[in-house]
Design a protein around this ligand. Sequence first.
Ligand code: IPE
Ligand code: IPE
Ligand code: MG
Length: 231
Amino acid sequence: MTAPKHVAVIMDGNGRWAQQRLMPRIEGHRRGISALRTLVETARRLEIASLSVFAFSSENWRRPADEVDGLMRFFVSGLRKEAVPLRDAGVRLHVVGDRSVFSADLNAAIDEAEAVGASAEGMHFNLCLNYGGRWDIVQAARALQLEGREITLEAVGERLCMPWSGPVDLMIRTGGEQRISNFILWQAAYAELWFTDLLWPDFKAEDLKAALDWFEGRERRFGMTSAQVQG
Ligand code: IPE
Ligand code: IPE
Ligand code: MG
């Protein structure tokens, strides 16, 4: 069994982490950023080729305005602060999602951080912001339609938002829920799914290692029989 090339993480449970401590939910998001930093460092150290994280879904706009504003502020400040350290660690940042509704500030921070990271060659880091798996498929189909191309499996795959990362091998979700919540859909068609009750701010390097160890034990059959895979 080979190590996963593309790991996707649904970082869930920030709000509950804070509420359990009688703190405002935004404090959970702040702690969540530290956990994300550890995740990125660990994935890079373990030579994962691509890491995709769900930081804000296309449905998260439905949250109270103050929580949405606080998250947007974290994205701007986090991108400004982390762009150079990420690049220096060999991490190539891509912000993936529908950027058309972001503030000018956030779009500028994204442009700058992506430009800084463009020369990094160690790991693709897809930060999914205002991302939805269904939106991704629709935007790919629209692009093909505009190009006058036939809609085939290969063509859609090429037009999805992060073609550099290929299929998701392992999808991790913290926070106890066992659902995908419109994260990467197409590329996760054959992903192994790993769930934990840990709340995202409590997720540590050893938890990623536990998920990777578990992944090593999976037999990925892609529709075939076990005998075929082992033969
Ligand atoms: C995940 O944590 C982070 C985002 C969705 C931005 P939540 O904020 O969903 O935390 P819970 O699920 O309410 O605990
Ligand atoms: C998924 O978490 C989105 C992110 C982690 C950014 P949610 O907390 O929004 O998911 P649901 O609403 O519980 O399915
Ligand atoms: Mg949640």
